[in-house]
Write a protein that binds this ligand. Structure first.
Ligand SMILES: [Zn+2]
Length: 353
Protein backbone atom coordinates (compact mmCIF):
# COMPACT_ATOMS: atom_id res chain seq x y z
CA UNK A 1 0.00 0.00 0.00
CA UNK A 2 1.19 3.55 -0.68
CA UNK A 3 2.36 5.33 2.47
CA UNK A 4 0.12 8.25 1.47
CA UNK A 5 -2.99 6.08 1.69
CA UNK A 6 -2.21 5.13 5.29
CA UNK A 7 -1.34 8.71 6.23
CA UNK A 8 -4.48 10.11 4.56
CA UNK A 9 -6.57 7.96 6.85
CA UNK A 10 -4.68 9.15 9.94
CA UNK A 11 -5.01 12.75 8.76
CA UNK A 12 -8.76 12.32 8.36
CA UNK A 13 -8.90 11.43 12.04
CA UNK A 14 -6.42 14.07 13.18
CA UNK A 15 -5.82 16.66 10.44
CA UNK A 16 -2.27 18.04 10.47
CA UNK A 17 -3.66 21.57 10.47
CA UNK A 18 -4.65 21.09 14.14
CA UNK A 19 -1.09 20.57 15.34
CA UNK A 20 0.34 23.26 17.62
CA UNK A 21 2.60 25.89 16.04
CA UNK A 22 5.70 24.53 17.84
CA UNK A 23 5.09 20.97 16.64
CA UNK A 24 6.49 18.97 13.72
CA UNK A 25 3.85 16.34 13.00
CA UNK A 26 3.80 14.81 9.53
CA UNK A 27 6.11 12.78 7.30
CA UNK A 28 9.61 13.44 8.64
CA UNK A 29 11.54 10.91 6.53
CA UNK A 30 10.39 9.36 3.27
CA UNK A 31 7.92 9.76 0.45
CA UNK A 32 4.15 9.40 0.45
CA UNK A 33 4.33 7.59 -2.92
CA UNK A 34 6.47 4.71 -1.64
CA UNK A 35 4.78 1.32 -1.40
CA UNK A 36 5.10 -0.48 1.93
CA UNK A 37 3.97 -3.89 3.10
CA UNK A 38 3.90 -3.31 6.85
CA UNK A 39 4.16 -0.50 9.38
CA UNK A 40 5.45 -0.33 12.94
CA UNK A 41 3.57 1.81 15.49
CA UNK A 42 5.44 3.34 18.43
CA UNK A 43 5.44 6.26 20.83
CA UNK A 44 9.03 7.36 20.11
CA UNK A 45 11.01 6.48 16.98
CA UNK A 46 14.24 5.74 18.82
CA UNK A 47 17.22 3.91 17.32
CA UNK A 48 16.02 0.67 18.95
CA UNK A 49 12.65 1.09 17.27
CA UNK A 50 14.31 1.59 13.88
CA UNK A 51 16.29 -1.64 14.51
CA UNK A 52 13.00 -3.34 15.33
CA UNK A 53 11.50 -2.02 12.07
CA UNK A 54 14.49 -3.38 10.12
CA UNK A 55 14.09 -6.79 11.76
CA UNK A 56 10.34 -6.84 11.15
CA UNK A 57 10.81 -5.58 7.56
CA UNK A 58 8.57 -2.56 8.25
CA UNK A 59 9.36 0.27 5.85
CA UNK A 60 7.15 2.73 7.71
CA UNK A 61 7.40 3.78 11.35
CA UNK A 62 4.40 5.65 12.76
CA UNK A 63 5.32 7.49 15.96
CA UNK A 64 3.44 9.82 18.27
CA UNK A 65 6.43 12.04 19.09
CA UNK A 66 8.33 13.63 16.17
CA UNK A 67 12.00 12.61 16.10
CA UNK A 68 12.83 16.01 14.59
CA UNK A 69 11.14 18.58 16.77
CA UNK A 70 13.10 21.76 16.18
CA UNK A 71 15.39 22.90 13.38
CA UNK A 72 18.39 20.71 12.59
CA UNK A 73 21.72 22.18 11.53
CA UNK A 74 23.41 18.85 10.93
CA UNK A 75 22.62 15.16 10.70
CA UNK A 76 25.48 13.24 12.25
CA UNK A 77 26.05 10.18 14.36
CA UNK A 78 27.10 12.32 17.30
CA UNK A 79 23.53 12.65 18.59
CA UNK A 80 20.59 10.28 18.86
CA UNK A 81 18.42 12.19 16.36
CA UNK A 82 21.11 12.01 13.69
CA UNK A 83 21.68 8.29 14.32
CA UNK A 84 17.95 7.58 13.93
CA UNK A 85 17.68 9.59 10.71
CA UNK A 86 20.81 8.09 9.14
CA UNK A 87 19.70 4.55 10.00
CA UNK A 88 16.16 5.15 8.70
CA UNK A 89 17.34 6.68 5.43
CA UNK A 90 20.01 3.99 4.85
CA UNK A 91 17.39 1.30 5.32
CA UNK A 92 14.73 3.03 3.28
CA UNK A 93 12.44 3.43 6.28
CA UNK A 94 9.93 6.29 6.38
CA UNK A 95 9.13 8.00 9.70
CA UNK A 96 5.82 9.70 10.33
CA UNK A 97 4.64 11.52 13.44
CA UNK A 98 1.11 12.25 14.58
CA UNK A 99 1.60 14.36 17.67
CA UNK A 100 -0.34 17.42 18.89
CA UNK A 101 -2.93 17.00 16.11
CA UNK A 102 -3.79 13.68 17.75
CA UNK A 103 -3.79 15.42 21.17
CA UNK A 104 -6.20 18.07 19.90
CA UNK A 105 -8.99 15.95 18.46
CA UNK A 106 -11.94 14.65 20.46
CA UNK A 107 -11.13 11.00 19.69
CA UNK A 108 -7.41 11.22 20.26
CA UNK A 109 -4.84 10.69 23.00
CA UNK A 110 -6.99 12.04 25.83
CA UNK A 111 -10.11 10.08 24.89
CA UNK A 112 -8.04 6.91 25.09
CA UNK A 113 -7.07 7.79 28.69
CA UNK A 114 -10.69 8.75 29.50
CA UNK A 115 -11.86 5.39 28.16
CA UNK A 116 -9.30 3.53 30.27
CA UNK A 117 -10.79 5.34 33.30
CA UNK A 118 -14.32 4.61 32.01
CA UNK A 119 -15.29 8.28 32.19
CA UNK A 120 -18.64 9.46 30.89
CA UNK A 121 -19.80 12.83 29.45
CA UNK A 122 -16.34 13.54 28.05
CA UNK A 123 -15.65 16.94 26.52
CA UNK A 124 -12.59 18.82 25.31
CA UNK A 125 -11.20 20.76 28.29
CA UNK A 126 -9.94 23.81 26.37
CA UNK A 127 -11.72 24.11 22.99
CA UNK A 128 -9.77 26.06 20.37
CA UNK A 129 -11.07 29.42 19.21
CA UNK A 130 -9.63 29.83 15.72
CA UNK A 131 -10.63 26.63 13.96
CA UNK A 132 -14.05 27.48 12.54
CA UNK A 133 -14.80 29.35 9.34
CA UNK A 134 -18.03 30.57 7.79
CA UNK A 135 -18.92 30.80 4.13
CA UNK A 136 -21.78 33.08 3.12
CA UNK A 137 -23.52 32.82 -0.25
CA UNK A 138 -25.80 35.56 -1.54
CA UNK A 139 -28.25 34.66 -4.30
CA UNK A 140 -30.95 36.90 -5.74
CA UNK A 141 -34.35 35.35 -5.01
CA UNK A 142 -35.46 36.35 -8.50
CA UNK A 143 -32.46 34.66 -10.18
CA UNK A 144 -32.94 31.52 -8.15
CA UNK A 145 -36.64 31.32 -8.96
CA UNK A 146 -36.03 31.91 -12.66
CA UNK A 147 -34.19 28.60 -12.87
CA UNK A 148 -36.48 26.64 -10.57
CA UNK A 149 -34.46 27.05 -7.38
CA UNK A 150 -31.42 25.36 -8.92
CA UNK A 151 -28.85 27.65 -7.28
CA UNK A 152 -30.14 27.04 -3.81
CA UNK A 153 -30.40 23.31 -4.47
CA UNK A 154 -26.82 23.20 -5.80
CA UNK A 155 -25.50 24.92 -2.66
CA UNK A 156 -27.39 22.49 -0.46
CA UNK A 157 -26.21 19.41 -2.33
CA UNK A 158 -22.55 20.53 -2.56
CA UNK A 159 -22.40 21.28 1.14
CA UNK A 160 -24.46 18.43 2.44
CA UNK A 161 -22.87 16.08 5.01
CA UNK A 162 -19.80 17.96 6.08
CA UNK A 163 -20.91 21.10 7.82
CA UNK A 164 -21.76 21.71 11.43
CA UNK A 165 -25.54 21.59 11.24
CA UNK A 166 -26.36 23.92 14.12
CA UNK A 167 -24.45 26.72 12.48
CA UNK A 168 -26.11 26.60 9.10
CA UNK A 169 -28.45 29.51 8.58
CA UNK A 170 -30.58 30.38 5.60
CA UNK A 171 -32.46 33.67 5.46
CA UNK A 172 -33.92 36.22 3.10
CA UNK A 173 -32.65 39.77 3.31
CA UNK A 174 -33.32 42.97 1.41
CA UNK A 175 -30.21 44.46 -0.11
CA UNK A 176 -29.61 47.50 -2.29
CA UNK A 177 -28.13 46.72 -5.70
CA UNK A 178 -27.67 49.57 -8.20
CA UNK A 179 -30.11 51.74 -6.24
CA UNK A 180 -32.95 49.24 -6.16
CA UNK A 181 -33.96 46.92 -3.33
CA UNK A 182 -33.41 43.27 -4.14
CA UNK A 183 -34.45 40.19 -2.13
CA UNK A 184 -31.46 37.98 -1.48
CA UNK A 185 -31.20 34.47 -0.10
CA UNK A 186 -28.33 34.48 2.34
CA UNK A 187 -26.94 31.03 3.15
CA UNK A 188 -24.32 30.79 5.90
CA UNK A 189 -22.47 27.55 6.46
CA UNK A 190 -20.01 26.99 9.25
CA UNK A 191 -17.20 24.48 8.77
CA UNK A 192 -14.01 23.39 10.49
CA UNK A 193 -10.67 24.67 9.22
CA UNK A 194 -9.51 21.29 7.90
CA UNK A 195 -12.28 21.43 5.27
CA UNK A 196 -11.31 24.85 3.98
CA UNK A 197 -9.77 23.75 0.67
CA UNK A 198 -12.72 21.45 -0.02
CA UNK A 199 -15.14 24.31 0.71
CA UNK A 200 -13.23 26.61 -1.64
CA UNK A 201 -13.41 24.02 -4.43
CA UNK A 202 -17.15 23.54 -3.97
CA UNK A 203 -17.78 27.28 -3.73
CA UNK A 204 -15.88 27.82 -7.00
CA UNK A 205 -18.09 25.22 -8.73
CA UNK A 206 -21.20 27.16 -7.63
CA UNK A 207 -19.63 30.44 -8.62
CA UNK A 208 -18.62 29.22 -12.09
CA UNK A 209 -21.99 27.68 -12.76
CA UNK A 210 -24.29 30.41 -11.47
CA UNK A 211 -22.10 33.45 -10.82
CA UNK A 212 -23.13 33.31 -7.15
CA UNK A 213 -20.75 35.27 -4.94
CA UNK A 214 -19.47 34.14 -1.56
CA UNK A 215 -17.47 35.46 1.40
CA UNK A 216 -15.34 33.59 3.90
CA UNK A 217 -14.85 34.71 7.50
CA UNK A 218 -13.01 33.24 10.49
CA UNK A 219 -15.19 32.68 13.56
CA UNK A 220 -14.11 33.17 17.14
CA UNK A 221 -16.54 30.52 18.39
CA UNK A 222 -14.92 27.75 20.46
CA UNK A 223 -14.75 24.52 18.50
CA UNK A 224 -15.96 21.81 20.87
CA UNK A 225 -14.36 19.13 18.69
CA UNK A 226 -10.84 20.54 18.66
CA UNK A 227 -8.67 21.57 21.60
CA UNK A 228 -6.50 20.49 24.49
CA UNK A 229 -7.19 18.09 27.33
CA UNK A 230 -10.45 16.42 28.23
CA UNK A 231 -12.87 16.46 31.12
CA UNK A 232 -15.26 13.70 32.10
CA UNK A 233 -17.00 12.12 35.06
CA UNK A 234 -16.55 8.89 36.93
CA UNK A 235 -19.57 6.62 36.83
CA UNK A 236 -19.46 6.45 40.64
CA UNK A 237 -17.99 8.91 43.12
CA UNK A 238 -14.91 7.69 44.99
CA UNK A 239 -12.83 8.99 47.81
CA UNK A 240 -9.41 10.32 46.87
CA UNK A 241 -7.25 7.36 47.92
CA UNK A 242 -9.68 4.99 46.30
CA UNK A 243 -9.37 7.00 43.09
CA UNK A 244 -5.56 7.02 43.22
CA UNK A 245 -5.63 3.22 43.49
CA UNK A 246 -8.08 3.04 40.59
CA UNK A 247 -5.90 5.36 38.49
CA UNK A 248 -2.81 3.25 39.20
CA UNK A 249 -4.61 0.08 38.22
CA UNK A 250 -6.47 1.32 35.14
CA UNK A 251 -3.51 3.15 33.63
CA UNK A 252 -0.99 0.53 34.76
CA UNK A 253 1.35 3.00 36.45
CA UNK A 254 3.93 2.22 39.11
CA UNK A 255 4.17 5.64 40.76
CA UNK A 256 1.91 8.69 40.98
CA UNK A 257 3.29 12.03 42.13
CA UNK A 258 0.40 14.05 43.49
CA UNK A 259 -0.48 17.16 45.49
CA UNK A 260 -2.08 17.04 48.94
CA UNK A 261 -5.47 15.35 49.16
CA UNK A 262 -8.45 17.59 49.91
CA UNK A 263 -10.73 15.12 51.72
CA UNK A 264 -13.34 15.48 49.05
CA UNK A 265 -15.28 13.01 46.96
CA UNK A 266 -13.92 12.57 43.43
CA UNK A 267 -16.22 12.76 40.42
CA UNK A 268 -14.95 15.18 37.77
CA UNK A 269 -11.65 14.26 36.17
CA UNK A 270 -9.55 16.49 33.89
CA UNK A 271 -6.92 14.83 31.71
CA UNK A 272 -4.04 15.89 29.53
CA UNK A 273 -1.72 13.21 28.16
CA UNK A 274 1.93 14.37 28.14
CA UNK A 275 3.04 17.78 29.43
CA UNK A 276 -0.19 19.37 30.63
CA UNK A 277 0.68 21.92 33.31
CA UNK A 278 -0.51 24.71 30.95
CA UNK A 279 -4.06 23.41 31.46
CA UNK A 280 -4.06 23.42 35.26
CA UNK A 281 -6.05 26.66 35.59
CA UNK A 282 -8.57 25.48 33.04
CA UNK A 283 -8.99 22.24 34.98
CA UNK A 284 -9.59 24.25 38.18
CA UNK A 285 -12.07 26.60 36.43
CA UNK A 286 -14.12 23.71 35.09
CA UNK A 287 -14.47 22.31 38.61
CA UNK A 288 -12.43 19.13 38.16
CA UNK A 289 -11.56 17.26 41.36
CA UNK A 290 -8.41 15.71 39.87
CA UNK A 291 -6.09 16.73 37.05
CA UNK A 292 -4.20 13.81 35.54
CA UNK A 293 -1.22 14.78 33.46
CA UNK A 294 2.59 14.70 33.44
CA UNK A 295 5.82 16.71 33.53
CA UNK A 296 4.81 18.98 36.43
CA UNK A 297 7.76 20.86 37.93
CA UNK A 298 8.16 21.35 41.69
CA UNK A 299 6.74 24.89 41.74
CA UNK A 300 3.88 23.99 39.46
CA UNK A 301 2.59 21.55 42.07
CA UNK A 302 2.05 24.57 44.37
CA UNK A 303 -0.30 26.05 41.76
CA UNK A 304 -2.90 23.42 42.62
CA UNK A 305 -3.36 25.64 45.69
CA UNK A 306 -5.85 23.42 47.50
CA UNK A 307 -8.35 23.72 44.64
CA UNK A 308 -7.67 20.46 42.84
CA UNK A 309 -5.50 17.38 43.19
CA UNK A 310 -2.79 17.17 40.54
CA UNK A 311 -1.77 13.60 39.71
CA UNK A 312 1.42 13.41 37.64
CA UNK A 313 1.57 9.88 36.30
CA UNK A 314 4.57 10.34 33.97
CA UNK A 315 4.75 11.37 30.34
CA UNK A 316 5.32 7.92 28.84
CA UNK A 317 2.72 6.38 31.16
CA UNK A 318 0.06 8.91 30.18
CA UNK A 319 0.61 8.34 26.46
CA UNK A 320 1.52 4.69 26.23
CA UNK A 321 -1.99 3.71 25.10
CA UNK A 322 -1.66 6.00 22.08
CA UNK A 323 0.06 3.17 20.18
CA UNK A 324 -3.01 0.99 20.65
CA UNK A 325 -5.26 3.86 19.58
CA UNK A 326 -3.36 4.25 16.29
CA UNK A 327 -3.29 0.50 15.80
CA UNK A 328 -7.07 0.31 16.27
CA UNK A 329 -7.76 3.15 13.84
CA UNK A 330 -5.48 1.69 11.18
CA UNK A 331 -6.41 -1.97 11.45
CA UNK A 332 -10.11 -1.11 11.39
CA UNK A 333 -9.66 0.74 8.11
CA UNK A 334 -7.10 -1.64 6.55
CA UNK A 335 -7.83 -5.04 8.12
CA UNK A 336 -5.53 -6.94 5.75
CA UNK A 337 -2.48 -4.74 6.16
CA UNK A 338 0.30 -5.73 8.59
CA UNK A 339 0.34 -3.07 11.30
CA UNK A 340 2.62 -4.02 14.18
CA UNK A 341 2.90 -2.58 17.65
CA UNK A 342 6.44 -1.86 18.74
CA UNK A 343 7.51 -4.05 21.66
CA UNK A 344 10.16 -1.62 22.83
CA UNK A 345 9.63 0.41 25.97
CA UNK A 346 10.99 3.80 24.90
CA UNK A 347 10.48 5.51 28.27
CA UNK A 348 13.77 7.31 28.96
CA UNK A 349 12.85 7.50 32.67
CA UNK A 350 13.58 4.50 34.88
CA UNK A 351 12.40 3.99 38.47
CA UNK A 352 14.64 2.59 41.20
CA UNK A 353 12.40 0.80 43.67
ZN1 LIG B 1 4.02 13.30 24.62
Amino acid sequence: MKIGKILNHLENIAPGIYQESYDNSGLIVGDRNTNVESALICLDSTENVIDEAIKQKCKLVIAHHPIVFSGLKSISRSDYIGRVLIKAIKNDIAIYSIHTNLDNVANGVNKMIADKLKLKNCKILAPKLDTLYKITFRTQVEENEKIGGEIDAAIKSEFDHFTIEDFNVVGISQEKTNGRSVSMIKTEICYPKDRHSMVMKKASIINEEFGTTFEISELQTPNVNIGSGMIGELKKEMNETEFLGYLKKQLEVEVIRHTGLLRKKVRKIAICGGSGSFLLNKAIQTGADFFISADFKYHQFFDADGKIVVADIGHFESEKFTRQLLFNYLSEKFPNFAFRLSRINTNPIKYFK
